[in-house]
Design a protein around this ligand. Structure first.
Ligand SMILES: Nc1ncnc2c1ncn2[C@@H]1O[C@H](COP(=O)(O)OP(=O)(O)O)[C@@H](O)[C@H]1O
Ligand SMILES: [Mg+2]
Length: 259
């Protein structure tokens, strides 16, 4: 494929009087790690909610692999190849780490209800394969020893990794990560950066990443989209965005202007 994997054009979403996303356009190149940054309330999570079909845009287009995603249900969008993690972690708290990854896989396993009820050999084999796949993904995230631990017992940083394992289990062609380093200390967020780069390489995974930790964004992203008040403030490679006057002002605000 030569064009962008994801292309958003003139995207707008208002809530009451607030333009959460305001005429935003950007593209995600296949195989790349693209970052979305911007101050709190800039509209970053709303972009994810629009791309994943949680909200319908008021205007604009969202194309994935050249096809429009408008009007497509969230579960169909997962099926189309887009999986995500959430800024506010959403796990099955009372289930184990293994179950958190396995359950959505079992839900979309392609066997019939009678076959499942009878636990035919085919069903048993597929369950075994899905279980192995789940363990493999937990291991990739460094969670293999915690497979049987309840999700709620994990510290935040590990819960975020578990969410990534669950999203990867969907075998997405586009992985959306909403502030994966939130709640992590500098050392943990450095390790997460390395892990995200590794995911891109090992799974040849295209990633769109919302992140507050600048060190993570600058290290892993090849292209950065900067949002402010729902609109595009700047975009480009890290070295360009880092020194952009408008970006510095949006981040450092009054202090910067007074300096
Ligand atoms: N469901 C909603 N209802 C009303 N306002 C919302 C809703 N979702 C987001 N907003 C508003 O839209 C703006 C952008 O929010 P959000 O996309 O969460 O920003 P970010 O992720 O960049 O911090 C904020 O002003 C927020 O309060
Ligand atoms: Mg957000």
């Amino acid at each position: 494929m030569t064009g962008p994997l994801l292309e958003v054009k003139d995207l707008t979403k208002t809530f009451g009087g607030i333009r959460a996303v305001d005429g935003l356009s950007f593209a995600v190149a296949p195989g790349a790690i693209t970052g979305i940054i911007g101050p709190n309330g800039a509209g970053k999570t709303t972009v994810f909610n629009l791309v994943t079909g949680v909200y319908r845009p008021d205007a604009g287009s969202i194309d994935f692999e050249g096809r429009s995603l408008l009007g497509i249900r969230p579960d169909q969008i997962v099926g189309a190849g887009i999986a995500r993690t959430f800024q506010n972690i959403r796990l099955f708290n009372r289930r184990t780490c293994l179950e958190n990854v396995l359950t959505p896989l079992l839900q979309k396993a392609p066997y019939s209800v009678p076959a499942a009820l009878l636990r035919t050999p085919g069903v048993r084999r597929m369950d075994r394969e899905l279980r192995e796949k789940s363990r493999f993904l937990l291991a990739e995230m460094g969670l293999e020893k915690l497979a049987d631990v309840q999700a709620s017992a994990l510290p935040y940083g590990l819960q975020r990794k578990l969410e990534i394992a669950r999203a990867l289990a969907m075998e997405p062609r586009l992985l959306l990560l909403d502030e994966p380093a939130a709640g992590m200390n500098p050392e943990e967020s450095r390790a997460l950066s390395a892990l995200i780069e590794e995911i891109r390489e090992r799974f040849n995974q295209t990633i769109l990443l919302i992140e507050h930790h600048m060190d993570v964004v600058m290290r892993v992203c090849s292209h950065i989209v900067v949002m402010n008040f729902g609109a595009l403030l700047a975009e480009g490679p890290p070295e360009k965005v880092r020194t952009d006057e408008k970006v510095l002002q949006a981040y450092l605000g009054k202090e910067y202007r007074n300096a």
